[in-house]
Design a protein around this ligand. Structure first.
Ligand SMILES: Cc1ncc(COP(=O)(O)O)c(C=O)c1O
Ligand SMILES: N[C@@H](CCCC[NH3+])C(=O)O
Length: 422
């Protein structure tokens, strides 16, 4: 079900015409649909209902850290997968119980580990023996036992973009499988740590279940080995990674297919499973609403459709060559082929090349679709552009859930030092 649809010739988010949001909040602006988030949260949860034990679902906060989004997901019974002290604070601020929070990430600082311990979070996913020893020491000093799993690197090709692949031997994440038993044994012996299982996450925007199934089989074999080494294994974290359709013809596995594969792969494991979905929950729940500044013609190639959004607002096309559908808010029925670009002084500030799409002209509103995940959260203020606001729609109403941060607010944090003033 798509909650971003044409009604009376105009694109709506649920029952709100996008022109209303543009008028009241300005452009560019991220627009989220509450109903879509809720639907995705429920579909994903239902897809895992055939597992032997009720799973724990920890939304990958990095995909969309907006506090309203986290609070919505918390109401759906979701916890959070965080990768920084900032994300941990957000999850708590959104009302997620600390016990439902998982702390992932290869570079947690001592201060972040301590923050997690102070808050009493549910699980640390340890990514190196060094980190495990530091965490054990910090916990021991506090008279605590950190609940933890060891993240392994299964050396599986996730068949996704190289920049978002995390489970190949050369990637920085996790412990090589071949060293997993040794490192597990070393860390399990430490006071301050209750090392109770393993974690894995091989990459994002996966369009094929086969690499995941291969990785899970390796995890299953490791669980058996660790048990035969005498360890008590009660928890396995299977990460996130399920892809979403960005483009017509791109058909990712459905959550139901994913759930069936997981049920098959984990049969008989007798563990509590955790999942860390991000994109599959948030991707299609948001669009980036933009206004066409002008259409520039007369060059060698197709015209340039210059919009007021740029690579600093939505980095994915510039960073990964990612595709986002571009649709007019009030389509005329005409089509055009153009290069869709932002105003930033970089050729890389290109959303699409030679794209056939709705014909638009100066002043028209348009959206980049599937921008709810890894959109606003990856924004920067490059070219002294501010940060784009975020709006959440609920039926026929909407609320600004993140204010626009204008360029001058960023400048307010800067100053000229005295030594430059003489
Ligand atoms: C450890 C970890 N968990 C979960 C996720 C979420 O991934 P996705 O948004 O692809 O579901 C990521 C990002 O790839 C991650 O690094
Ligand atoms: N930022 C990436 C996803 C990274 C996943 C992080 N583990 C994207 O937009 O596709």
């Amino acid at each position: 079900m798509d909650f971003f649809q044409l009604k009376n010739g105009e694109l709506h988010a649920e029952d709100v015409p996008l022109s209303r949001i543009a008028e009241e909040v300005g452009t560019p602006v991220y627009v989220y649909s509450r109903a879509t988030f809720e639907r995705h949260a429920r579909v994903f949860r239902d897809a895992l209902s055939g597992l032997e034990q009720k799973p724990h679902i920890a939304f990958a906060v990095k995909a969309n850290p907006n506090i309203a989004v986290l609070s919505l997901l918390s109401r759906e019974g979701y916890g959070a997968d965080v990768v920084s002290g900032g994300e941990l604070s957000r999850a708590l601020m959104a009302g997620m119980p600390a016990k439902d929070i998982v702390f992932s990430g290869v570079g947690k600082t001592q201060a972040e580990l301590a923050q997690g311990l102070d808050e009493g979070i549910g699980q640390f996913n340890i990514e190196s023996s060094e980190e495990g020893r530091e965490l054990a020491e910090l916990a021991h000093r506090r008279g605590q036992q950190a609940q933890a799993t060891l993240r392994i690197n299964p050396d599986v090709d996730a068949k996704t973009h190289e920049k978002i692949s995390t489970g190949k031997a050369e990637n920085k994440f996790g412990i090589p499988l071949i060293r997993a038993r040794e490192v597990f044994g070393e860390l399990a012996a430490l006071d301050g740590l209750n090392l109770r299982g393993v974690a894995v996450h091989i990459g994002s925007q996966l369009l094929d279940l086969e690499p995941l199934e291969t990785a899970f089989a390796k995890v299953g074999a490791l669980v058996r080995d660790l048990r035969s080494d005498g360890h008590t294994i009660t928890h396995v974290d299977l990460g996130g990674g399920l892809g979403v359709p960005y483009k017509a013809g791109e058909v990712p596995p459905s959550p139901a297919e994913y759930g069936a594969m997981v049920a098959r792969a984990t049969k008989g494991w007798d563990v509590h499973l955790t999942f860390e979905p991000g994109r599959v929950i948030a991707g299609n729940a948001g669009v980036l609403l933009t206004r066409v500044v002008r259409v520039k013609r007369g060059g060698n190639g197709p015209p340039f459709t210059i919009v007021d959004a740029a690579m600093n607002d939505l980095a994915r096309p510039a960073m990964y060559g990612a595709w986002h559908d571009f649709d007019a808010v009030v389509p005329s029925g005409e089509r055009m082929t153009s290069n869709i670009v932002g105003p930033i002084c970089e050729t890389g500030d290109t959303f699409a090349r030679d794209r056939e799409c709705d014909a638009v002209q100066s002043g028209d509103l348009a959206v980049f679709r599937t921008a709810g995940a890894y959109g606003a959260t990856m924004a920067s203020s490059y070219n002294s552009r501010g940060f784009v606001p975020e709006v959440m729609v609920d039926g026929d109403q909407f609320a600004v859930v993140a204010d626009r941060i204008p360029a001058h607010a960023i400048m307010d944090a800067e100053r000229v030092p005295d030594f430059l003033k003489d």
